[in-house]
Design a protein around this ligand. Sequence first.
Ligand code: NDP
Length: 246
Amino acid sequence: MNLNGKCAVVTGGGRGIGKAICLKLGGLGADVAAVDILRPEAAATAKEVETLGRKAVAVACDVSSPAEVRAMFAEVVDSLGGVHILVNNAGITRDNLMMRMSDDDWNKVIDVNLSGAFNCCREASRYFLKQRFGRVVNVSSVVGLMGNAGQVNYSASKAGIIGLTKSVAKELATRGVTANVVAPGYIDTDMTRAISEEARSTLISLIPVAKLGKVDDVADVVAFLVSDDANYITGQVINVDGGMLM
Ligand code: NDP
């Protein structure tokens, strides 16, 4: 598997799963744009990718802003010379029981997780259609498939990502573009480190392999889906959840 000659945009590339994806794709030969709200985090990821011998750029961008997304793609293409791979990984949580959930917490999570993925897919498609090639991987979640008390906003955004991806896959299928979803279960990152010890043990008891996943478990599947080995796979949801949804 190699990604030589490919340029990848990874949103939320500053830390967690996104950072692992940047390093994995860079390790396989892709040039990488690490996109994050915070430039220092993205810059640190880009520096690490450069140590692998690849070109890398850090771009500050709030994916919920269509204007910032447009400018981000222009900057990436200017710096790296093109874009062939898009990984929509940026995501946030604002958990609360539905009765107590504010309009702001609902809107913010939908804006970043779902509209952010849409903004990036729409912009990337301009480049993908012209070159008759593109790979999209959108990061959903096991709770987008199962639902979760306290996460109506997050679960809805992650379920929406699946419908978005399947539609993108159908719209662009004849143009050399594939679009797939990776749905992680509980992965050890800042997002899940916020969970209490007690809730963590309960969670682990629900996972057949009896442990949280690692960021590389997700990055490895993303790398496969954007590689030539996955040329004939589109519109699929791959669960990376230690058997949790099974
Ligand atoms: P983290 O919270 O560790 O990282 C999320 C990244 O997204 C950060 O780099 C963050 O930037 C960035 N980000 C947040 N908002 C925006 C925005 N508006 N525009 C651009 N970038 C943004 O999350 P994880 O690594 O744990 O999760 C990555 C993805 O995987 C998310 O989509 C998440 O929903 C999904 N996921 C995670 C699971 C887990 O168990 N960890 C399970 C299932 C799915 P900043 O550093 O500036 O905050």
